[in-house]
Design a protein around this ligand. Structure first.
Ligand code: NAP
Length: 325
């Protein structure tokens, strides 16, 4: 069968797919443009795509015999699952293998915002560390503080586990039934969303991007946060209203923010980069050699299973497809 792979994969994973199928691969470490993506997908049976590829209804309708879309990422807001399902196309993602890595990054941002790590590094390099003084570069305690986790799934829980090592009090809000959602994480308590915003010293976002979570954090929610609190977003950019966040950071309404994701990546609100109280990372939540290799293998295994006519291990819509048949 014919397969389109829209980004570079480790050689052994590429070989795994090539053993069974004819592949066309984007060899560059940059996303395919829209025309090339549409052109490339037309005559393919399988697609292994990146989270930067917008696999919408228009594009899906251009496909003639596509059977399987394997996303290289756990978030799948880049794919119109309903449109794929209507054409009988299976869709998969890569859950679990990037949980710890992304939780590490969220915790890095908690420590780095609270202790002003990037600001301190910049000032030291530029010769502004001239003497030690009792009031210089004061950050905020991490140990013993309240961490509010929004979205208590795989990554949210992994962040809570890290917080236990810092004696933090963890409160969380999630869609899932509260009595079951903190199983195995005894240091975390379910709380209402508004209470979480009002009580947390750090608010860390771990919900998927859905219609209901778009702008979950906007002007009103930022106003509820403590002026000494920090917002951490390693989930998806559009979950936070970036313009409202910029205003809140500029006006000192909250103490700071640590961001890995943006509303219109790779761009972000003008002026954000001029603020000292925000850390800006280039969407690197899962970016370690080990984790990216695991994600590539998982995406490839899903793709290969789907093309064999089997249900891929991480199928997102197979229950619906099965019911509809
Ligand atoms: P997950 O296990 O599905 O967890 C998501 C959690 O959010 C679930 O507990 C879900 O509840 C909850 N949720 C959904 N809608 C909500 C709402 N409106 N209010 C409160 N909670 C809500 O997913 P995960 O593996 O932890 O990944 C989370 C997200 O992180 C991904 O979707 C992805 O976008 C992002 N991510 C980013 C990076 C990066 O590079 N920065 C890397 C990996 C993942 P239910 O269980 O009831 O649905």
């Amino acid at each position: 069968m014919k397969v389109l792979i829209t980004g570079r994969l480790p050689a052994e994973v590429q070989a795994l797919i090539e053993r069974e199928h004819e592949i066309e691969i984007n060899p560059h470490d940059r996303p395919l443009d829209r025309e090339r993506l549409i052109e490339g997908i037309k005559n393919k049976d399988g697609l292994l795509c990146m989270i930067t590829d917008e696999i919408d209804r228009e594009l899906i309708n251009e496909t003639r015999h596509l059977k399987m879309i394997a996303n290289y990422g756990v978030g799948f807001n880049n794919i119109d699952i309903a449109a794929a399902g209507q054409k009988g196309i299976m869709v998969s993602n890569t859950p679990g293998v990037l949980t710890e890595t992304t939780a590490d990054l969220a915790f890095t941002l908690i420590l780095a915002t609270g202790r002003r790590i990037i600001e301190g590094d910049k000032k030291t390099r530029s010769g502004q560390f001239q003497f030690w003084a009792p009031q210089h570069f004061l950050g905020r305690e991490i140990t013993g503080k309240v961490l509010g986790i929004v979205g208590f799934g795989r990554i949210g829980k992994a962040v809570a586990k890290r917080a236990a090592g810092f004696d933090m009090k963890v409160i969380y809000h999630t869609r899932t039934r509260p009595e079951e959602s903190n199983k195995g994480i005894p240091n975390a308590d379910f709380t209402a969303f508004e209470t979480l915003l009002k009580e947390s010293d750090f608010v860390s976002i771990h919900v998927p991007l859905l219609r209901e979570t778009r702008h979950l954090i906007g002007k009103k929610e930022l106003l509820m946060m403590k002026p000494t609190a920090y917002l951490i977003n390693t989930a998806r950019g559009p979950v936070v209203n970036e313009t409202a966040l910029y205003e809140a950071l500029k006006n000192g309404q909250i103490a700071g923010a640590g961001l890995d994701v943006y509303e219109k990546e790779p761009e972000f609100v003008p002026g954000l980069a001029d603020l000292d109280n925000v850390i800006l990372l280039p969407h690197v939540g899962s970016a370690t050699v080990e984790t990216r290799a695991k994600m590539a293998r998982m995406a490839a295994e899903n793709l290969l299973a789907g093309l064999k006519g089997e249900i891929p291990p991480n199928c997102l819509n197979c229950d619906d497809l099965y019911v509809n048949r």
